[in-house]
Design a protein around this ligand. Structure first.
Ligand SMILES: [Zn+2]
Length: 228
């Protein structure tokens, strides 16, 4: 698979079922039903969108960076990437991508990692892990489902974030590759829960030192097909 696989979507925003703005530093948690399409739009450019996915009917079956990378034989996520769960299920497939490169190695920022990487006094800065905790605690599980807990926050995707691997295997946090209006679009292959932390990081170039809002759009193609 190519490491950058640009693909424009045919879906028009005005036909979306739902549309949400997620401010920088805010969480967003939502169910995406099997067959629905979710698009994340980098509204102002160079924003990192930390994202987790779960099987909506079993939260312990969740996005696995390791299984996804192994199955596709490539380190980067782009059009055609199938997001694999810890139980080997295909949660979603990336069906359109105008940015072309997304990271799944850099992890989510936390107060602890900010202290280690940057400075002790950075511990009071808001970080993605706090947003994830807030988002999943506010989520009301469906009847029969347990609540999320901190242990459910594991390896994540950083949409629009560029973390190239050097020839000798090093990880580098490079300048963002995204621009205003770039988007990534995924089709749910089963009922999933998406949990987003729109990253507030100010200590590295993942947000171009200026965290900005993103838009989340959801389409239900089954409904559209019924209208044709
Ligand atoms: Zn972050």
């Amino acid at each position: 698979m190519a490491t950058i696989n640009l693909q424009v979507s045919s879906l028009r925003p005005e036909t979306a079922l739902d549309s949400f703005i997620v401010e920088a530093g805010d969480p967003f948690v939502h169910e995406i039903l099997c067959g629905q399409i979710v698009r994340i739009v980098d509204l102002e450019g160079n924003q990192a969108v930390d994202t987790l996915f779960y099987n909506a009917h079993d939260y312990s079956d969740r996005y696995s960076a390791q299984d996804t990378v192994r199955e596709q034989g490539n380190l980067y996520l782009t059009t055609g990437t199938r997001l694999i769960s810890t139980e080997g299920h295909v949660l979603l497939t990336i069906v359109a991508d105008t940015c072309g490169r997304h990271d799944t190695f850099g992890g989510a920022c936390a107060q602890e990692s900010n202290m280690v990487r940057y400075a002790i006094e950075k511990r009071y800065m808001h970080a993605c892990r706090q947003s994830f905790v807030k988002g999943i605690q506010q989520w009301k599980p469906a009847p029969g489902m347990r609540a999320f807990d901190k242990g459910d926050i594991t390896s994540n995707i950083n949409f629009f974030m560029n973390v190239p691997v050097t020839p000798d295997g090093g990880l580098t946090f490079a300048d963002g590759v995204s621009e205003a209006g770039k988007y990534v679009e995924l089709r749910a292959e089963m009922d999933v829960i998406v949990a987003i932390s729109n990253c507030p990081q100010l200590n590295n170039p993942c947000n171009a030192y200026n965290p900005t809002p993103v838009q989340v759009l959801i389409w239900d193609e089954r409904i559209q097909d019924g209208n044709v």
